[in-house]
Write a protein that binds this ligand. Structure first.
Ligand code: 13P
Length: 252
């Protein structure tokens, strides 16, 4: 049985001064899920110290939204996995479609970042997913396979214990359009089959695959009921405890 994982991706929202209140509210509103569901808040880097302090002693784990692959050095503006680990972060989102779209992230840089995250003992949440044009052109399978074959290159079956994959169809992010549970399950099954070729079938069965894209209280239960949907990566609905907690409850 794979433990469900519900992670909020705060994106560029929530100021440091607002962080402790939101983390504490999430911890309180999801306390029934402690030990049953992994609950994670992935925050802007500047919020991390406040988030880690507020989550201390609760079941809530803190994640970052990106990390550089180098251990240290002359990379102005970047943050290393060693810094994140030192700050108390446990998860790092890698390759979100917004980073691919606006910041030149490629499958190759996703691979470097993901390997660095895992090497630092943190869990990488590697995001993949197709655009509407790619889906309509019949390229869904080709895109997913390329993103995984390149993005997860040299990630071993041992490393896979520190890997979560998030399937986020780009056309469903922040649009209110959700993939139907059947549409999502179909891609999650493809992801697991592709993963089996990379790390072996047995290991692939243990890796959690989250769905992301307009997931909310009203659609979470039916998505999470699908065989290969092991959690959610939540944007808009993660910015308030009262919209995030029902998704966690649906994962119980
Ligand atoms: P929304 O839930 O706002 O659609 O965002 C999804 C997402 O991008 C999570 O990483």
């Amino acid at each position: 049985m794979r433990k469900k994982i519900i992670a909020g991706n705060w994106k560029m929202n929530i100021k440091p001064g607002e962080t402790a209140a939101l983390v504490k509210a999430v911890a309180e509103a999801t306390k029934d899920a402690a030990g049953i569901v992994d609950v994670v808040c992935c925050t802007p880097a500047i919020d991390i110290p406040a988030a880690v302090a507020a989550a201390a002693g609760t079941h809530v784990k803190i994640g970052a939204e990106n990390a550089h692959w180098a251990e240290s050095g002359a990379y102005t503006g970047e943050i290393s996995t060693a810094m994140l680990a030192d700050a108390g972060v446990e998860y790092v989102i890698i390759g979100h479609s917004e980073r691919r779209q606006y910041f030149g992230e490629s499958d190759e840089t996703v691979n470097k970042r993901a390997r660095a995250v895992i090497a630092a003992g943190l869990t990488a949440i590697v995001c993949i997913g197709e655009t509407l044009e790619e889906r309509e052109a019949g390229k869904l399978e080709e895109v997913i396979e390329r993103q995984m074959n390149v993005g997860l290159k040299d990630i071993s079956s041992t490393d896979a214990a520190k890997l979560v994959i998030a399937y986020e169809p780009v056309w469903a992010i922040g649009t209110g359009k959700t993939a139907t549970p059947d549409q999502a399950q179909e891609v999650h099954a493809l992801i697991r089959a592709t993963l089996a070729k990379l790390v072996g079938a047995e290991t692939a069965e243990t890796v959690r695959i989250q769905y992301g894209g307009s997931m909310k209280a009203s659609n979470a239960a039916e998505l999470l009921a699908k065989k290969d949907i092991d959690g959610g990566l939540i944007g808009g609905a993660a910015l308030k405890a009262d919209t995030f907690a029902p998704i966690v409850a649906a994962a119980k």
